[in-house]
Design a protein around this ligand. Structure first.
Ligand code: SF4
Length: 297
């Protein structure tokens, strides 16, 4: 096992919680936890960046942020901070699950293509330079300064300001002009392309599904001429893995599968890694296509 234990566990109610939440309400999510791992896990960050849909991988300080079992997690090389838990017991359950997940990632990383794209934090003053400074509030923030701060913290994306409509790229480069209209600098900001990417991915998956159906149809026609053809293998997939595979092929996300099968997103991820290994594929589209082709689902 890669990570065996953790230390320096602290679980507190942050001071600001007292002002915004009823701390006495049963089940209130008010606890914030931190702990130290017995291993440096920074080499897993690019793999986590690939494996978890909503992971954010920051350059400085180097860390990765993601939702895990419904809790917000900030994973540094050997320190973890997470919130907001309903109890200290829930925080300890989270730690056990996270360590299992990190150990899984360590053992499965040969099968995952790492994503080294990191978010570089741009100073707020540089972001402010490219905003129109009209405080029109169309971005949902009271002022351009507040919006700039939200971008810097990764809470919003530059293309939420209509005056900064951007090309479809992960990082858009905006020119900075002086008073005479000359370009004096440029600022590179991350923009939100997830909706566009989802649409493109859906279309790609639909095309691949249609191609796979067509191939299956042709194979069935051929097999009709050879009724004694041997039964196809199910690649030693368990019934649960086949259930997950069916939902993957129908285009459901990990979170949706987790809700439909009443299992945690972490468990869905484990099933997916097993499915990918057994089918010798590297992504969900290939898995769905192969499963259709081989009549597993
Ligand atoms: S929409 Fe743009 S111009 Fe308007 S307040 Fe937000 S950042 Fe400023």
């Amino acid at each position: 096992m890669f990570i065996k234990t953790y230390s320096n566990f602290q679980c507190i109610i942050p001071p600001f919680i007292h002002t915004v939440s009823d701390v006495d309400a049963p089940g209130s999510k008010i606890w914030s936890a931190s702990f130290k791992l017995d291993q440096d896990v920074r080499h897993l960050f690019p793999y986590i960046n690939t494996a978890l849909d909503e992971a954010l991988y920051y350059e400085k300080p180097e860390h990765v942020r993601f939702l895990f079992d419904g809790y917000r997690c900030f994973l540094y090389p050997d320190v973890v901070a997470a919130h907001f838990f309903e109890s200290k017991t829930a925080a300890k359950g989270f730690i056990a699950g996270l360590i299992d997940f990190l150990n899984d990632m360590y053992h499965q990383k040969e099968n995952i293509r790492p994503n080294y794209d990191q978010i570089k934090q741009v100073p707020i003053i540089d972001i402010l330079k490219i905003l129109p400074k009209t405080n029109c509030q169309k971005c949902g923030y009271l002022t351009c300064m507040a919006f700039a701060a939200a971008i810097m913290k990764g809470k919003s994306a530059a293309d939420k300001c209509p005056s900064l409509a951007s090309p479809a790229a992960e990082n858009a480069v905006y020119p900075v002009f002086d008073n005479k209209g000359n370009i004096v600098n440029s600022v590179s900001l991350r923009i939100n392309t997830s909706e566009l990417k989802n649409r493109i991915q859906e279309q790609k998956e639909q095309i691949l599904m249609l191609e796979a159906s067509l191939r299956t149809h042709k194979q069935n026609e051929n097999q009709a001429d050879f009724p004694q053809a041997s039964k196809k293998s199910n690649f030693n997939l368990t019934n649960r893995e086949i259930e997950v595979l069916k939902l993957i092929a129908q285009g459901y996300t990990n979170n949706e599968i987790s809700g439909m099968l009443f299992i945690s997103p972490h468990t869905v991820k484990s099933h997916m890694i097993n499915i990918f290994n057994k089918l010798s594929v590297s992504d969900r589209t290939q898995a769905a296509v192969l499963a259709t082709k081989e009549a597993i689902i």
